[in-house]
Design a protein around this ligand. Structure first.
Ligand code: G3P
Length: 215
């Protein structure tokens, strides 16, 4: 299972990548806004920090505009993946980019049929937003299960990125289902390291060792 960071904050990416747990990065316009620097520079820096896929989103609403933006973004670095929004225009752009050998990540996916269309369009990744489904009283994880079941029936190359992740239990559930990738905020990845009993245990061992040293 691969871990992507869902952030454009370069310091967070640098710190967690140094620990060896960052297989890729996903950004979107809201996340790039938080980085408070020109988006192109931010993406260039992220692509230098991480060798895996870095998703950068197009903003145009029609496929022709998406393709223009996608070609500019793809020129930033070889590991850029183009995020296109779900919909007929986004999927038209995804299919054209696939034909040109440019990888895409179809984002804002909220149903199994949308995921099926993304796979048929040749998307490299599909991003179902589970937290936003949970927010409106639907099960985000049930959607992941449904998509994995469907993809398992065919030989699609599309990988499922579990996105809009809010807490470490989302990661556990996604892993139990065998999802390819989870993209998460840095605070969720950091929370995965922690358990109060680990801290208590470390303190006890340290104290015991100090007593031995004191004799
Ligand atoms: O990867 C998608 C993510 O950025 C959306 O997350 O928390 O805004 O639903 P959220």
């Amino acid at each position: 299972m691969k871990f992507f960071l869902d952030t454009a904050i370069r310091e967070e990416i640098r710190d967690l990548a140094a620990l060896g747990f960052v297989d890729g990065v996903t950004t979107n316009p809201s996340l790039l806004k938080e980085a408070r620097a020109p988006y192109r520079r931010v993406l260039e820096e992220i692509c230098r920090l991480v060798s895996g896929p870095v998703s950068a989103e197009v903003l145009a609403e029609e496929s022709a505009g998406m393709l223009r933006e996608a070609r500019e973004l793809a020129a930033i670095a070889p590991n850029i993946v183009i995020k296109v929004p779900m919909g007929s225009e986004g999927l038209r752009a995804a299919a054209a980019l696939h034909a040109e050998g440019v990888g895409t990540n179809v984002t804002l996916v909220f149903s199994a049929n949308q995921a099926l269309l993304a796979a048929k369009a040749g998307a490299r990744f599909v991003s179902p937003f589970i937290g936003r489904l949970d927010d409106v009283g639907q099960s985000g994880m049930a959607l992941i299960e449904e998509i994995l079941d469907i993809y398992g029936n065919y030989d699609f190359e599309t990988e499922v990125i579990v996105a809009s992740v809010r807490h470490p239990m989302h990661v556990v559930e996604a892993a139990r289902l065998g999802a390819d990738i989870v993209t998460m905020p840095a605070k969720v990845l950091r929370a995965m390291f922690a358990h109060p009993l680990t801290d208590v245990g470390k303190a006890k061992f340290l104290e015991a060792w100090r007593e031995v040293e004191r004799g």
